[in-house]
Design a protein around this ligand. Structure first.
Ligand code: ATP
Ligand code: NOS
Length: 434
């Protein structure tokens, strides 16, 4: 687990000056390792720039992630190839991207559950998926299938809006028997998306995902759900509200998905509403940055040093320096919120917004997992007198998340190829701990 300990306390990464973990890290042999588990539909993204006429021709609804038939796929793919419209073909999947990014940021293990073709040829989609995934992502638990993985046509128009066309292959054939209960019960978190519930009759993915979720719930392992796309939620908002309330601890979404599940367009109000159901909420809002909301026990609350901010909850960021807790661990729960504008105001030129939200979640997962790691290895640290969900405060984490999103915005792919710099060139020398 990577702890860039040179960063000063006010920076976005976990640092505890009183109990520096680095002293312990040197005794490598005694360290207890931890990992997170993600379940996804194994997809390769095929990205191309297209216009509205192109979407109309193939009956695709702009902005949606939709499943397409083999016939449409064939025609679509041939058109893209004939006109040389494909920018890149790269491993995708919202959760696979997230746990890949987690492993890159944390420099540590994650486990991906899903399917993988039994028969792989150099250069085919399965090969591409595997070779574009960090070696820190443990792929040993993938379930073999007799056929292809999926393709996700990622069609981007002039306004930057993305339309996904999914050719499913066998992505939804993950069986409940392939979910190893012990693996889930010992994880630091289980990460899933709402896409796992979009299946056809005969598919077993939903059943497998539910089994994993129930197993995580029983073992008190935090379940992290990302809402994926607003259209899925809009179809059955009541189902999703119930599901979230019953099974989920950490909910991640963008402002459109937040509107779909809560009915509120204000991201802060929506995040506040979701706290009725879950312990921790992350709501990204594109150029507006990111909102987070959570709970802390009154005796552990910490006041911010930043100016207080107005909003749906007046002075909402007052306790943003607090480390969030599960509601059930609070004797006197209070709600805490934070907002962070995009890192450096956002990049001068955005190369790609695809996966910016996934990267934000990867950073939060890193912090959550770092907390488990620290707790297991430095159990009697004063840090763990408070039974917190994460290593850092809400405020620090949201800065870290925005920093990770920025990195995706300035590159062409949703997957990070390297960790964040140890020192930011853009920040003045005084910012760094000596
Ligand atoms: N136009 C932008 N300008 C500046 N920052 C941006 C912009 N778009 C996104 N970001 C940054 O990226 C983060 C996540 O963005 P966004 O809300 O677009 O995620 P998302 O829609 O969930 O993405 P995805 O589903 O592709 O992962 C924001 O919190 C912000 O920090
Ligand atoms: O149905 C789906 N299941 C899983 N992942 C999906 C689906 N549709 C789109 N993405 C994935 O979302 C990522 C960006 O956040 C893309 O990389 C794409 O592969």
């Amino acid at each position: 687990m990577k702890f860039p300990g040179r960063r000063q306390h006010k920076h976005y990464f976990p640092v505890d000056n009183k109990n520096p973990l680095t002293n312990q890290v040197n005794r490598a042999s005694q360290l207890v390792r931890n990992y997170i588990v993600g379940i996804d539909q194994t997809l390769v993204d095929i990205e191309a720039k297209v216009d509205q006429a192109f979407l109309d021709e193939f009956g695709l609804q702009r902005g949606m992630s939709q499943v397409i038939s083999d016939d449409v796929t064939e025609r679509l793919y041939n058109r893209l190839k004939d006109e040389a419209l494909v920018n890149y073909e790269f491993a995708g999947g919202t959760i696979a991207n997230t746990i890949h990014n987690y492993s890159v940021l944390a420099d540590d293990r994650s486990v991906l559950l899903g399917v993988m073709s039994n028969n792989i040829k150099v250069g085919d989609y399965a090969y591409r998926f595997l070779s574009n995934t960090s070696s820190r992502v443990d792929l040993n638990h993938l379930q073999p299938v007799d056929g292809p993985i999926g393709r996700c046509f990622t069609l981007i128009d002039d306004s930057g809006e993305r339309t996904f066309g999914i050719n499913a292959g066998l992505i939804n054939h993950l069986r409940p028997e392939s979910i190893n209960e012990e693996l889930i019960a010992n994880a630091s978190a289980l990460v899933i998306s709402s896409y796992l519930m979009r299946t056809q009759p005969g598919d077993t993915m939903t059943e497998a995902a539910i089994k994993a979720v129930e197993c995580a719930n029983a073992a008190n392992v935090p379940v992290v759900l990302t809402l994926g796309t607003k259209h899925l939620i809009e179809k059955e908002p009541e189902f999703w509200r119930e599901f979230v309330q019953k099974h989920v601890n950490v909910l991640t979404m963008n402002e459109e998905e937040a509107l779909a599940i809560t009915g509120y367009s204000d991201p802060l109000q929506a995040a506040d509403c979701c706290l009725d159901w879950v312990d921790l909420v992350i709501c990204t809002a594109g150029p507006e940055g990111l909102y987070m909301a959570g709970y802390v026990d009154d005796k552990f609350k910490r006041e911010t040093e930043y100016p207080l901010m107005p909003g749906h909850v007046p002075d909402f960021n007052r306790y943003e320096y607090s480390r969030p807790m599960r509601l059930s661990d609070c004797e006197q729960p209070i709600r805490i919120y934070t907002h962070t504008a995009p890192y450096m105001g956002g990049p001068d030129s955005i190369k790609n917004t695809n996966g910016a939200g996934d990267a934000a979640l990867a950073a939060i997962l890193h912090d959550l997992s770092a907390n488990v790691y620290h707790k297991r290895n430095v159990e009697n640290s004063s840090k763990h007198i408070q039974s917190a969900l994460t290593y850092s405060s809400l405020s620090q984490m949201s800065k870290y998340a925005n920093r990770a999103s920025y990195e995706v915005l300035v590159q062409h792919s949703p997957r990070l190829s390297r960790g964040l710099p140890e020192r930011e060139d853009s920040l003045e020398q005084a910012y760094w701990a000596k």
